[in-house]
Design a protein around this ligand. Sequence first.
Ligand code: GAP
Length: 511
Amino acid sequence: MAGKELSKADKLMDVAIRRSFLIPGSEIYGSPAGFYDYGPVGCAIKRKLENLWRSEMLQQEGFHEIETTLIVPEKVLIASGHAANFADPLVTCESCKNKFRADHLIEQNAAAKADGAKPAGMAPQALSELIKKYKVECPQCKKATLTEVGWFNMMFRTNIGPIDGNVAYFRPETAQGIFLDFARIVRNYGSKLPIGIGQVGRSARNEISPRQGLVRMREFTQMELEYFFNPKDQSYPGYGKIKGETLRFAGEDGKPYEIGISKAVESGLIANEIMAYLLYKQKIIYLSIGVPQDKFAFRKMPKEETPHYSKGNVDMEVETSYGTIEVAGTAYRTDFDLASHSKLSGADLSVFVEEEKQRIVPHVVEPSMGTDRMFWCVLEHCFREKTEAKDWEWFAFPPAIAPYHAWIFPLMKKDGMDEKAREVEAMLREAGLTVYYQDSGSIGRRYARADEIGVPYCVTVDFDTLEKTSDKHGTVTIRFRNDGKQIRVKLGELASKISGYVKEGRATAPD
Ligand code: GAP
């Protein structure tokens, strides 16, 4: 790439691959588009994001976590509506036979853009008309020979066992497993509403044109919560505590504005207290992973973009160098899924409501967050360019989501400093911290390498640590990532100091 300035997204992807955040899937066989593995650095961050979601969305609310199967029989997805509706508009070029997502081609066409055309969510016939109107060309062979638009179902299909016809799919959302297990869980927990059940897991969609790295993948991780409740009571226990807060919404003209949560519920912008509370939780999660408030907003989805199962959706969108991307969708799924599964399977998925002396099929509000898009937003918003003070690019990850708590160095690999640094490494690991020992290269170079993957603290064992006559004997230095300043800390206090700084979110030296 010599001589050519990389875009921010390309630069980030380059760093991510060089520094073990990400590895293109099946790389040695040519990396089919839309698949990424997480390397050791990326995996450590991803686990922390998932655990943050668990803490905010499940543990703090007293909800249940489950893990359901990736492969489900066809009937599950017939009942859920995915077999019939989970499709994207596909167009083929008659000349070169390449296939494309029709709405994306129109979005990229200059004349359509100038006209303000909005092809997202349009039916195939309307898209075919736009292709003709704007003489949209094939992006590969540049000929205006695109066919009529048709639907392409995005689910990966397989067969269970050796008998043909036993059709199954890799789930396109983790939610369905929760609906399938709902009746057993609610029974085991006293048959009471409301109840929240969530899971973190992989979903797969055979996207026509995977693009923009982690934004549109063919296999990805979702963190989904299904909150089951009696539709006659749309209140939420924690609402009183957050109703005075605000949320940032994107207006119809695209301009963001702040709105009080109670006003948003009263005006119908947000369907109910439950949804409001769960949107507020999403705001808290994004603020704590280092995405500034002015870089994200919620958006009420227009009816034509709302999924087939939803009575109303509010998306969360983040500004990135790829443009604004949807990172979470919160849907009021009503009783759509439970009622459909009950009908097709014959299972009773209702709950007896004591006060009403009758059985009801609960309604569901579902906040669904994508881990990979969240991960990408963290890279985007924590990336820092070189400055005079720091001659290298680095990541300002909040310490709680950094890949390691600390890196441990001997100042030099001699005079017992390396053995002592190994002891410090073992001591910190025993205290539950994730640390990594490094002794190659100059100390400055090691600080730079730690900064480049966002490690908040570097601990160095030096001559004074070992020198019995020194007043600094038995101490080490902690160097803080954001300002490069150092303090000396007694070995006996090191683990608790680092844990305290992580909790505080501190990545600059204390005064
Ligand atoms: N259960 C509801 C559901 O699946 P969705 O809006 O299709 O709703 C929810 O997906 C979230 O999953 C999205 O907001 C996004 O973060 C993530 N997601 C969806 N498709 C994705 C893809 N192809 N690649 C990466 N993440 C994706």
